[in-house]
Design a protein around this ligand. Structure first.
Ligand SMILES: N[C@@H](CCC(=O)N[C@@H](CS)C(=O)NCC(=O)O)C(=O)O
Length: 203
């Protein structure tokens, strides 16, 4: 399978998940502004949404939406430690976290990538991000190491990825010490370090 990615974008979470399961995969960089890929293809011809992550399977099928990709990657590899069996409450808990990160946290960072966003709107948007992160910070107050419990999951890779954008947005994460500690735990994983290095983001 091949993952189309953009360095440091939300596709990093799918990339980390692919490395966590350990199977073979290819990477191809997409220019999400120009909608081209590094081998010169029209990215919209592969994914009409023009968005990363995009996963191309061996049979040519294309899967989009990071939360679907991460679960598919884990399920295909039989990685039940990363994605518990479908139909269990544990799996629903993973989906609960993935969906929260996707629809609430990820999309509250998105306006920072709009170059026309003024200072006032930026400050207001930081409050939106804070409100979304507060629920996660509070959830972590029961002492769990990762979002769904003691085991790392793709939801942690996803939260790590989107909170990396705080530095670009000028957003201070220090009000969220449990999230910062989770980020540190995620950052030290070999799969995460390998994914960052492959995207040219290490060090
Ligand atoms: N709903 C999609 C959103 C993916 C997304 O927002 N990707 C961004 C990068 S983080 C992108 O490709 N932006 C380019 C664009 O929307 O044109 C998902 O969850 O996978």
């Amino acid at each position: 399978m091949k993952l189309y990615y953009s360095p440091g974008a939300c596709s990093l979470a799918s990339h980390i998940t692919l490395r966590e399961v350990g199977g073979p995969f290819e990477l191809e960089r997409a220019d999400i502004g120009a909608k081209t890929t590094e081998s010169g293809k029209d990215f919209r011809a592969i994914n009409p949404k023009g968005q990363v992550p995009t996963l191309e399977l061996e049979n040519g099928d294309v899967l989009t939406e990071g939360t679907a990709i991460m679960q598919f990657v884990a399920d295909s590899a039989g990685a039940s430690a990363l994605a518990p069996p479908a139909g269990t409450l544990e799996r629903a808990r993973l989906q609960e976290m993935l969906n929260y990160v996707a629809s609430e946290v990820h999309k509250s960072y998105s306006p920072f990538f709009n170059p026309t966003l003024g200072d006032e709107a930026k400050a207001a948007q930081k409050e939106v991000v804070n409100a979304k992160l507060s629920w996660l910070e509070n959830t972590l107050s029961d002492g769990r190491s990762f979002l769904t419990g003691e085991a790392f999951s793709p939801a942690d890779a996803y939260l790590f990825t989107v909170t990396n954008w705080s530095s670009i947005a000028g957003h201070d994460l220090s009000a969220f010490p449990r999230i910062e500690a989770l980020r540190a735990r995620v950052a030290e994983r070999p799969a995460v370090q390998a994914a960052l290095a492959a995207e040219g983001l290490a060090g």
